[in-house]
Design a protein around this ligand. Structure first.
Ligand code: SF4
Length: 514
């Protein structure tokens, strides 16, 4: 595929880094964090950056004889000094291991020596490094601008591999399993003090790749704390990007092959200059797309402007139709407000995508599922609605890390109930893959046995269930941590401490008893 590169590798550099996305090209190109890291690393004197990704056809059957090479120079991953991964989703863990095997790098860190690359991992999943500890030399926990450059400079000046690891273990945001200690997630206080986040590369032909949108970051962090949301508890306080920086990024969008600006933020409409940004996009003939927008923060009067700016799908996450479930999830919903938004969106010719969560432990199916299906049906009478239903996945560093997850059989039962009550177009997340996410998110180091079995065997959804049955692990979807002292990743401080999360969890527990 032909690409436009804003950042080229520098031949003869002291340190060669291969940034690897553990999923398809599409994910790599649309992940703004990947572009930010690429630009930061390429800006360090003496560092040359290349990229690779794990192609989809490698997922089904891992061929150790196949070689994963960088896109820029076709070099095998094993030839680099650092191989860095950006981990966005738990289900990418096996793909990261595939990349190591296909890249010719010893899978386990204990088998690597001076001639092997340092394997460095960043991204939101690093709040629990335990399941990946046997494979990763260095975890970076936090936002790239906050301290990644310092770490790379420490590697540049280190005498050898051991010296580099020792140095990194003392730096803020870095966790080195060989020298374990506590680590605080690092963030930047003022986004205006960082570089405006522009992409580092783009496919030349956006038409055929289906990639149409340039990711434009409006802000980071979320002011709310929905009990199930990893980002709400770990992404730091809400920060908006100054409008001057956004204008600079929009100029870059105009020069790029993209004709659409995807607004990236946990709640884009909370940006104080959101309407001004929409107008700027209109003036520049750029269409806009929005991620899921918090219902209570979206004024129906804004919908005509969004429609005019090219937003064709309104994505909303009511999560549940039950007041008690919403209270348990700590996510209030103004039901009439939702119905007004859906009706107005329908009138404006917009499609509406709705997300619901089912399988809340302690709630009977009638309350957990039927109430949501009925709300979805009410919405479907007002607009062209697509519904997506996901089970509750207890995640690390949220109050629900202490909650059990329902069995796949029970989740499936609730899906059928939803289908019967809703009687419309609906998609369901695979229950086994959802349970695998829970396992990887809050598991201990023993989860790596399951991960390796899934890596080497056919990776159908059934493979996770089979591997979970054959390897007993200390923390699993059915067996949450008993309390703060039982949390395997308590050395990572990414938000409220685990005592506070436990206190929140036990207060939420009151909800189903009402
Ligand atoms: S679900 Fe949305 S509103 Fe709630 S904490 Fe997460 S990002 Fe914020």
């Amino acid at each position: 595929m032909r690409e436009l590169l804003a950042v080229e590798p520098s031949p003869g550099a002291d340190l060669r880094v291969c940034l690897t996305y553990p999923n398809e090209y599409r994910g790599m190109a649309s992940n703004l964090g990947f572009h930010i890291v690429h630009r930061i690393l390429a800006g360090i004197p003496g560092v040359s950056v290349e990229r690779s990704y794990v192609p989809t056809d490698a997922y089904k059957s891992l061929d150790p004889n196949r070689t994963l090479v960088s896109l820029e120079t076709g070099s095998p991953l094993s030839e680099f000094d650092i191989v860095g991964f950006s981990l966005q989703f738990e289900l990418d863990y096996p793909h990261m291991l595939e990349a190591l095997v296909m890249g010719g790098i010893p899978l386990r860190r204990e088998d690597r020596d001076e001639n092997d690359p340092l394997v460095l991992v960043g991204g939101p999943c690093t709040v629990n490094p335990k399941p990946l500890e046997p494979y990763v030399d260095v975890f970076y926990v936090g936002e790239a601008e906050a301290g990644l450059e310092e770490g790379i400079e420490a590697i540049l000046t280190a005498r050898d591999r051991r010296d580099a690891l020792e140095e990194l273990a003392d730096l803020p945001g870095f966790y080195v399993p060989e020298y374990p200690g506590t680590v605080d997630r690092v963030t930047v206080n003022n986004l205006g003090g960082t570089e405006p986040p522009k992409i580092a590369f783009a496919p030349e032909d956006t038409e055929h790749t289906g990639l149409r949108a340039y990711p434009v970051e409006l802000g980071r962090g979320c002011p709310y704390r929905c009990a199930f949301c990893l980002g709400g508890f770990t992404a730091g306080h809400m920060r908006h990007r100054p409008v001057e920086q956004l204008l600079e990024v929009l100029e870059d969008v105009e020069k790029s092959p993209y004709d659409r600006a995807a607004m990236i933020s946990p709640s884009p409409t909370l940006h104080p200059e959101f309407e001004e940004i929409l107008e700027e996009c209109l003036e520049r003939h750029l269409e806009v797309s929005l991620p899921s927008t918090r219902i209570n923060d979206l004024d129906p009067e804004l919908l005509p402007e969004l429609r005019e700016a090219g937003v064709r799908t309104l994505t909303l996450a009511p999560e549940s139709g039950s007041e008690d479930v919403l209270e348990f999830l700590n996510k209030p919903l103004h039901r009439d407000h939702l119905l007004e938004l859906v009706e107005d969106a329908g009138r404006l010719g917009m499609r509406v995508k709705l997300y619901f969560i089912v399988g809340i432990p302690g709630f009977p199916p009638e309350e957990d599922t039927v109430a949501s299906a009925r709300l979805a049906r009410e919405c479907a009478e007002l607009a062209d609605v697509r519904v997506s239903v996901n089970p509750l996945i207890p995640k690390a560093c949220t109050p629900l890390q202490y909650s059990e997850m329902l069995s796949a059989r029970e989740i499936n039962r609730r899906y059928r109930l939803f289908e019967r009550e809703f009687r419309g177009r609906v998609s369901f997340e695979d229950p086994e893959l959802a349970r695998a996410q829970c396992l990887l998110s809050r598991g201990d180091v023993d989860v790596s046995r399951i991960l390796e079995e899934v890596l080497w065997n056919a990776r159908s959804p059934g493979a996770w269930a089979r591997a979970m049955r054959s390897h007993g692990v200390s923390i699993s979807p059915d067996r949450p941590p008993d309390g703060p002292e039982d949390v395997p990743y308590d050395f990572v401080r990414a938000g409220p401490d685990h005592e506070e999360l436990y206190r929140l969890f036990t207060s939420l527990q009151c909800a189903p008893m009402k």
